[in-house]
Design a protein around this ligand. Sequence first.
Ligand code: FES
Ligand SMILES: [Fe+2]
Length: 412
Amino acid sequence: MLTAEQNRLLTSIVPGTPMGDYLRHYWHPIAGAADLAGDPIKPIRLFGEDLVLYRNRTGGYGLVERRCAHRGADLAYGFVEDDGIRCSYHGWCFDARGKCLEQPFEQTVLPTSRYREKVGLKAYPVREKAGLLFAFLGAGDPPQLPDWEPFSRGNGFVQVVTADVPCNWLQCQENSIDPVHFEWMHSNWSSRMRGEDGAFGPAHVKLGFQEFDYGLIYKRIRDDTDESDPLWTIGRALLWPNGFFLGNHFEWRVPVDDENTLSVSWIYAAVPENRRPYVQPQIPSWKSPIADPETGRWITSHVINQDIVAWVGQGRIADRTRENLGQSDKGIVMMRNRLFSELKAMAAGERPKGLILDGEPNERVPLPVANRLSLGAAADSSRFILHAGQPAAVRDQCTEAMGFEMDISGVV
Ligand code: FES
Ligand SMILES: [Fe+2]
């Protein structure tokens, strides 16, 4: 349980808040690169700021404030140039650093004026990696963009899936250090939704939590496993500060504002041995729906959709003054305490946890993989259960890669 003030401190991430400043020390995935393949301009809200993400005509990316510096027109309705984005109202053009490159009429009537040097847009760097676009919204020089090992694993079909989640980032991230929910939310609830009325699935009997360089690890033993099981010897990783890594996929909970989160998943499925070597021509990206348009109810058929039901069910900003924590929540307490100590350390000018700074090793950085043995086994790749709504085009690409059609019906 937290006080209202503590809860506000951890959850509020809009400009000027300590947690917003803290989270801006990290690179955040904000879209799939494929999201800009059609329309090269995408409005996006991050950390309480309205921005536009774009791909210019020479392939470079920009992330700038959404309102034009001239008279505030919406740059989401601008158009891209070789080296920037141009406002459709009076043609002012800005590069990826927010510098004003052109003010057509001003330059015609006052050719020697240096006015354009005095105006500009707020701008943030963007990098492409593994089919994702990452942005750095902090001050000063960015750290290195982590080169996590799975990004170059190869011989797999990767897809990026995003979802708009109408709640605060922290309750989504608390899910990353909450092993017991697997038993109930994914296993037992799914079996009941399938109409199965028998005994519940394996139950958790022991949990372990520990820190590692890039986050926290949780470990579990269920009544069908023992201490030799990789989910105990290796475990799964909460990736600091807002990621989750489960061996074959990453999830990030990227703050949009205090009451909304962009869920970004990077999902790998190994192709069967007989399809290797396999090089994926491009990584598709799609948005998963979270509500049924007919009933308005949340979608419950797929694993991450089920998680989202829990997150949004806790309210727009979970009220942690009213919770009653138990033994299953030790990891959540550990994470919150680490966040509090990180905020103190930031105020003292210390280095935030889990960054890879300039000059430090950043090549195929390994992360804990508890399911290494099953990666590549057909059984591991025959179903796509994580997100509802996979588009037919992505399904076709996946079928082509795998040599068979994956079952996308979910777990219910
Ligand atoms: S408002 Fe953008 S150029 Fe005038
Ligand atoms: Fe889950």
